[in-house]
Every structure is written in structure tokens, then in C-alpha cells.
Design a protein around this ligand. Structure first.
Ligand code: SF4
Ligand code: SF4
Length: 427
């Protein structure tokens, strides 16, 4: 496998959006009549699942898939389960979709209250995966990984959004509690909060070491932060976790702080909504709310060929239904008028070299893309440095032939990861 270094990064011309210091409270999206929760396990109607259509659920109630599975989702509303079905997400990832008809009268489940009194890693794993910001604790129970540094991202991972900068500013008390709890439950003392220069005062009381991050895209991507903040280069084919570093968003750490402080699991997600005219507004909505509710709140009418993107403009994914639910990691929702949508084409690579000049990881994209288009993923990894890609999306952005290179790369990595999991399971 070729191993490229990130040193000598190409400089881009794009800057992250800075949080407006006069930022008002986010606009609250009303709770919808129906919410859809995505449980991270494929649905098989022959499984003995632990909830049924017609069951009443309370806000904060844990819905576990089955006795022999750890997969669960926390209900973000009170109501009645009206359907259970399979849902296919990005790159073919399977979920169980649970639709809930929402009651007007809210009741809160108190199962989390007792364990919240004595924070442990086990409690966090059992209740907080899928809280706003999507905290992930799996890595701490992997015997092959030894985490010695946690980076809290008070920066946003893509352009146009200010979701995590807002959390770093508005939820500084909850972040301070969250950092304290993370230290206790993980045993990791080296916690760093990464913020733009303008938010260093807000981060001062967090109990984490403050590091500032450059405003130029893609400096907030994890592999680059490990390099720029910790001075470590993550070799191709290795992950940040392999180097002993894991990441939590500022919103996720605030969720941990709020959950253990209040004894209640937070259920409301903050996002940046970007309207067709480019106007950006921070909004909050219950996880599970269909994104159509956001459009309704802003009087957005969708026309054929308009594009809806969940996530940022460089790394987000198009979605094809207004029923798509807000998820724990939905940091932005962008709606683009059909006249503004960047073309994607099936034109071939013309070897212009634009992508190679912009790529921060020096990947030979013009060669890589030929193998990706042909579905030859192993060859792409072995010969053309697939795993050196840091997933910034700049190549797709500049591609003269408008090839969806970034999505080819994501699909290839997902497929290779799936194949290796199946091989490990069958070994
Ligand atoms: S997404 Fe494209 S430009 Fe960015 S690192 Fe990967 S190959 Fe390079
Ligand atoms: S920018 Fe597009 S067309 Fe140009 S070399 Fe890269 S992949 Fe080929």
C-alpha cells in the first residue's frame, strides 16, 4: 500500500463560517405529529424484537432491539408505535425505522435517573449512544485500542455550519460537566477542546486544554486535527483511534453533561439550516422529526430537481424524501434550488490534474477514480492510496468532469469495511 504524508498540505481558498457572536437562540421547530427513530441494526421481521406496533412509549424510554443484541434507540417523544420497517441509509447501511404517532401529553421515562447518579462508562454505553451530537463510547470497550487523548470539537467539520461552535458557546456549563464525567468514566485525563480563536474565552472554563484551529477548510477534519494539534501523522490505513485519539463533538459532550446532571437524556438536536437563498439559521428539533417540518417552519416549497443535503456542502449526502428524520449527528440541512445544484456527470476523467493539485493527502485521484468506477476497491486501496484520503470532498468540488469522486471513495471504504467485518466474523 502506498503511504502518502499530509505534510505539505495544499492550501485551499475556503474558510469555515464563524459563529455570529450576536447569535440569537436557535429557532425551535415544533414537535411533529409523527417521529421516526432509526435504530442502528437491520430489521428482520422474524427476529424477536422487544417492541411492537401499538406499544406506548415515553420520552427518554430505551427501545432495545432484542435480548441478544445491544442495539437500542432512545425514544425522543411520547406516543404510540405505528410502524416498524427496514430503512436503508447512505451506502446501503441498514436500520430499523420505528415510527411513532406523537401524543400531545408528554411523559418522561425515568429509567435513566438512578444510574445517572453514579456515572459509569457502562451507563453511558447503555443510554447515551444516539444522544444529540451522537457520542460514541464503543472504542473504550475495544481491548485492541488504547485511547490516551480525547479531542472535543468546538469547531464544525464542514463549511456553512456553526452547530458545534454554537454548542461550545451556549452550552459551556454542560460541556464543563461533560468533560469532568468523560475523564471519570474513560480514565482519559488528556482532554483537549478545539475551538476557533474567537471562542477561546467560552472554552476557558471547560476543564479541557484549549487548542485553536485554523479557519481554512479542511483543517477541522479529524486526521488533520491529530496532525496539527497533537503533532502526530496518522499513517494511511490507520485511524485516529489506532493512534490513541478519539473525538467527541462539543454538542455530544454537552449532552453527556446535561444527561448526568439532570438524570434525563437530551432529545433535541441543534442544526444549521441553509435556505435556498443561502441564508443560514440555527434551529433545534427533536431527533426523529421529519425534515419537512424544518421546511414548513421556513415556508420552503420543494420543486422537482431541488436538492436537499443532510450535512455540509462538501461531505453531506443528498436525501430524496422530506420524511427523512433528523438524526443525532445531523449538523446541517441544506436546501438548494434546482438552478443552483452543481451538476454530477458520467463524463470520464480527462486527466486535467485539478483534483491532484487540491488534494490535501496527495492521493493520485485521476488513477484512483478509474478503479473506483470499475468497483475494483481492493486494487484502489493497494495501488492508488484509497486509505490516505481524509474525506474532505475537495476533489469532487473541483472536478472538471463533475465526477462524484468523494462518494465513490466513501462507498469503496464502506464496502471494504463491510467485507473485512464479514471475514473477521467468519474466521
Ligand atoms: S476527498 Fe478527495 S481531495 Fe479530499 S483527501 Fe480524499 S481524495 Fe483527496
Ligand atoms: S479533476 Fe476530475 S477530470 Fe480532472 S483529473 Fe481529477 S478526476 Fe480527472
Amino acid at each position: 500500500m502506498i503511504k502518502r504524508s499530509f505534510i505539505g498540505l495544499a492550501k485551499t481558498w475556503m474558510e469555515y463560517d464563524a459563529l455570529d457572536i450576536t447569535q440569537p437562540e436557535p429557532k425551535k421547530i415544533p414537535t411533529s405529529k409523527k417521529a421516526t427513530l432509526l435504530l442502528g441494526r437491520s430489521y428482520d421481521h422474524k427476529d424477536s424484537i422487544l417492541f411492537n406496533i401499538g406499544d406506548k412509549v415515553k420520552t427518554g424510554q430505551k427501545l432495545s432491539y432484542s435480548e441478544d443484541s445491544d442495539a437500542y434507540v432512545i425514544s425522543t417523544v411520547t406516543g404510540t408505535i405505528s410502524s416498524i420497517s427496514s430503512f436503508i441509509g447512505d451506502y446501503g447501511k441498514s436500520y430499523t425505522a420505528i415510527s411513532i404517532d406523537v401524543d400531545e401529553n408528554e411523559e418522561t421515562d425515568d429509567q435513566f435517573k438512578a444510574p445517572a447518579g453514579d456515572p459509569t462508562l457502562e451507563t453511558a454505553i447503555n443510554y447515551l449512544t444516539g444522544a444529540p451530537g451522537n457520542p460514541s463510547f464503543e472504542i473504550f470497550s475495544d481491548p485492541e485500542k488504547s485511547i490516551n487523548a480525547i479531542i472535543v470539537c468546538g469547531v464544525d467539520s464542514d463549511l456553512l455550519m456553526t452547530t458545534n461552535q454554537y454548542a461550545a458557546r451556549a452550552d459551556s456549563n454542560a460541556i464543563e460537566i461533560g468533560v469532568r464525567i468523560l475523564k471519570k468514566i474513560t480514565g482519559v485525563d488528556n482532554i483537549i477542546i478545539a475551538v476557533p480563536q474567537a471562542l477561546t474565552i467560552d472554552a476557558a472554563g471547560s476543564g479541557a486544554e484549549i487548542m485553536t484551529v485554523d479557519s481554512e477548510y479542511p483543517s477541522t477534519l479529524p486526521l488533520l486535527m491529530v496532525q496539527n494539534i497533537l503533532g502526530q501523522v496518522v499513517p494511511a490505513g490507520k485511524s485516529c483511534e489506532d493512534m490513541g485519539v478519539c473525538f467527541f463533538s462539543a454538542e455530544a459532550v454537552a449532552s453527556i453533561g446535561k444527561a448526568f446532571d439532570d438524570g434525563r437524556i437530551p432529545v433535541t438536536k441543534t442544526m444549521t439550516f441553509v435556505n435556498k437563498n443561502g441564508e443560514k439559521t440555527l434551529v433545534t428539533a427533536r431527533i426523529g422529526t421529519p425534515i419537512s417540518e424544518i421546511f414548513k417552519a421556513f415556508d420552503v416549497t420543494l420543486h422537482e430537481k431541488d436538492r436537499v443535503i443532510v450535512g455540509g456542502p462538501m461531505t453531506g449526502s443528498s436525501v430524496y424524501t422530506e420524511d427523512y428524520p433528523v438524526q443525532a449527528d445531523t449538523d446541517a440541512v441544506i436546501v438548494q434550488d434546482r438552478d443552483d445544484v452543481a451538476l454530477v456527470s458520467d463524463y470520464p476523467c480527462i486527466n486535467c490534474g485539478e483534483c491532484i493539485r487540491i488534494c490535501p493527502a496527495n492521493v493520485p485521484i485521476n488513477m484512483l477514480v478509474r478503479f473506483l468506477e470499475a468497483g475494483q476497491y481492493e486494487e484502489a486501496a493497494e495501488q492508488y492510496d484509497l486509505y490516505s484520503c481524509i474525506e474532505c470532498g475537495l476533489c469532487s468540488f473541483v472536478c472538471v468532469s463533475k465526477m462524484p469522486i468523494f462518494h465513490y471513495i466513501k462507498l469503496a471504504k464502506y464496502e471494504l469495511g463491510r467485507i473485512s467485518t464479514v471475514e473477521e466474523t467468519n474466521a
